[in-house]
Ligand binder design. Structure first.
Ligand code: ADP
Ligand code: MG
Length: 328
């Protein structure tokens, strides 16, 4: 449904998006995840024809966003980071005005507005359609923003940080709403909070420093991080290399790294599967007559993975920029 190919965007000399490619298939709900400044909004603005790319291209439903932007806009409902609303208008009045702007025939506007108000819980359980926009909470204003982009019934929804600034109850409501819309739309939603997208998305595209760092199904990415388990142990009683060698010989152990912490040898032990080898390791140390002062199992979470890969990417970018600065 959405094809992003080698997308690159410079703002003057700032490289905001660096050669990103990914594909979103029809019907999926994709989380576009990355820390602040990663290039999420920039990518989404290009996908939705709001700004041009420097290099590379995007197609939506087979249509090129640069050459056929009018048709692309027809197929996309785009909710930007800050939803612009006219504060003095009332909800229904605003949505009627928007449906006129979108070119909906006059006789269809009222029904369309009723439909989106229903879809975004603006008419039920409480009727908010006659409220002034500046009297609505941020959570409700976001819902009006969402109602607005559903007026022309686009198959694709692009939501830029739709839950930013909402309180926890409003976040949950927005999330439920998006989940519901995900049943019959292709959705791409950005966030800088993993927990957020984990709840609604089946797929993740992770970017950092303008680069794509991971893309895959949620289950697949989770497996990637929780695959092999790791043990951390601190041992004393022999030469570090000898300790590492003894531990490496244990069944199921695939890799042992060691370092020194004072006169203790710190081991980082990877095993082939998720099996817990703490007792085997403790028995081995005891049998050798060595001392053990720490033994714990580390199971990486998707959150650890997210932080690790985005941090690595920012470090690399930081170093590159330093190098460029030094070259100049
Ligand atoms: P995100 O949405 O992931 O927080 P953005 O796409 O907004 O990231 O920004 C990516 C990078 O591009 C940042 O370094 C930001 O400062 C820069 N940037 C964004 N918009 C502009 C702009 N209009 N002009 C110059 N630089 C910009
Ligand atoms: Mg943004």
């Amino acid at each position: 449904m959405i094809d992003v190919k080698n997308l690159t965007k410079y703002y003057g000399r700032t490289l905001a998006v660096d050669d990103i490619s990914f594909h979103v298939s029809a019907g999926s709900v994709v989380g576009f995840l990355g820390p602040n400044g990663a290039g999420k909004s920039t990518t989404l603005r290009i996908i939705t024809c709001f700004i041009p790319a420097t290099r590379g291209g995007v197609s939506v439903d087979g249509l090129d966003v640069f050459k056929e932007s009018i048709k692309v806009r027809d197929r996309i409902g785009y909710m930007p980071e800050n939803v612009p609303l006219y504060p003095e208008m009332r909800v229904r009045e605003y949505l009627m005005f928007r449906s006129a702007l979108r070119g909906l025939p006059r006789q269809k506007r009222s029904a369309a507005v009723d439909r989106v108000c229903e879809q975004c819980w603006l008419s039920r359980p409480e009727d908010l359609t006659r409220r002034r926009l500046d009297q609505l909470s941020r959570g409700y204003r976001q819902r009006v923003g969402l109602a607005d982009i559903l007026l022309h019934q686009p198959p694709v929804l692009v939501l830029d940080e739709p839950t930013i600034g909402l309180d926890p109850a409003q976040v949950r409501e927005m999330r439920n709403l998006i989940r519901q819309l995900g049943q019959n739309h292709t959705v791409i939603l950005s966030s800088h909070i993993l927990a957020e997208v984990e709840q609604v998305c089946s797929e993740l595209v992770i970017i950092a420093g303008g680069r794509l760092v991971a893309h895959g199904g949620l289950a697949e990415l989770r497996q990637r991080v929780t695959g092999p388990s790791r043990l951390v142990a601190e041992v004393k009683g022999a030469e570090p290399a000898e300790i590492a060698k003894a531990v490496a010989a244990l069944p199921g152990v695939s890799d042992v790294k060691h370092s020194q912490v004072g006169n203790w040898t710190r081991l980082n032990v990877a095993s082939q599967d998720a099996e817990d080898q703490r007792s085997a390791l403790a028995a081995c140390i005891a049998q050798k007559g060595w001392q053990l002062r720490e033994l714990r199992r580390q199971v990486a979470s998707l959150e650890d993975y997210f932080i690790q890969i985005t941090y690595q990417q920012s470090m690399q970018r930081g170093m590159l920029q330093d190098k460029e600065a030094a070259d100049e």
